[in-house]
Design a protein around this ligand. Structure first.
Ligand code: HXC
Length: 289
């Protein structure tokens, strides 16, 4: 124990270079530097993660991602949490990857350090995740929102992939997820010009499912997450897996996977409970079994 403490004393000051030591007190959220976490919803079934790096408009630095991934792991492993909401501030969901952190990178350092390799943990979360976007969702910020399952936007939100203006291209799924969400022409226009689109245009293009006044978007996202959390968690995970398969598979393969997952729901107690509750004209009481 004493030698572990001695090791931590040496490693902690070096964490920007060697990695990051995860905060010990998650529930209090006290040790996070770049995010704030809370449990929301009437029964605490929603995990809220708020990006909080106000001095840099929530620019996505390495430390922020380490904390975000830690929070996602914690909510993912918490049986009481049924859905997660990811948000930022009124001014910025996230203004992109931290340009100052990237400025002096070389090809060699990107390749050797596997730069961005841990940036897509969010896309692998099995529980449903809703992005509540206000203000700027630019570059990596737009990519982060697109890793979520549902995007709600505040009226003044702006989405863009402006990497081209910095002499680079999106590196965390922007060219792929944006194209699948809004189609080739608009995706090309955004990626090639760096132009921003409004919340209303994003809604029309299918990037965003609903637009709300700035001050209500987070509570609306929590309301939606709470609704999702009332359903069977295991069946929700299967539903999410099936929808996501539409991005990875041919129609035939996807339909096959859907069928397998549909049959699999019949192995759960929750499927029996859901149908029995309907027949008995009562509310279903899912127990995630
Ligand atoms: C680092 C950033 C930042 C960023 C803003 N800041 N965006 N720092 N990386 N992406 C910092 C500014 O340097 C400044 O710090 C503070 O936040 C406030 O920003 P201002 O520019 O003063 O605010 P404003 O005039 O309101 O302009 C807001 C803005 C502008 C339009 C969002 O900041 C901007 O264009 N930011 C960059 C957006 C961008 O290009 N994103 C893509 C990044 S590349 P100081 O200390 O000066 O006060 C990317 C690649 C992804 O995301 C690939 C892999 C994930």
């Amino acid at each position: 124990m004493a030698s572990l403490r001695a090791l931590l004393r040496v490693v902690r000051p070096l964490r920007p270079w060697v990695g990051y030591s995860a905060p010990r007190s998650f529930a209090a959220g006290a040790n996070f530097e770049y995010i704030v976490t809370e449990r929301k919803g009437k029964d605490g079934t929603v995990g809220l993660i708020r990006l909080s790096r106000p001095g840099a408009l929530n620019a996505l630095c390495n430390g922020l991602f380490m904390e975000l991934n830690h929070a996602l792991d914690t909510f993912e492993n918490d049986p009481a949490i049924g859905a997660i909401v990811l948000t930022g501030s009124d001014k910025a969901f996230a203004a992109g990857a931290d340009i100052k952190e990237m400025q002096n990178r070389t090809f060699q350092s990107c390749y050797s350090d596997k730069f961005l390799a841990h940036w897509d943990r969010l896309a692998r979360v099995r529980k449903p995740v809703i992005a509540a976007v206000n203000g700027y969702a630019l570059g990596g910020g737009c990519e982060l929102a697109m890793m979520c399952d549902i995007i709600y936007a505040g009226e003044k939100a702006q989405f863009a992939q402006p990497e081209i203006l910095l002499g680079t291209i999106p590196g965390s799924g922007g060219t792929q997820r944006l194209t699948r969400a809004v189609g080739k022409s608009l995706a090309m226009e955004m990626v090639l010009t760096g132009d921003r689109i409004s919340a209303q245009d994003a809604r029309q293009a299918g990037l965003v499912s609903k637009v709300f006044p700035v001050e209500t978007v987070v509570e609306e996202a929590i309301r939606c997450a709470e609704k999702i959390a009332k359903n069977s968690k295991i069946v929700a995970a299967m539903a999410k897996e099936a929808v996501n398969a539409a991005f990875e598979m041919t129609l035939t393969e996807g339909n096959k996977l859907e069928k397998v997952l549909f049959y699999s729901t019949f192995a759960t107690e929750d499927r029996r409970e859901g149908m029995t509750a309907f027949v008995e004209k009562r509310k279903a009481n899912f127990r995630d079994k």
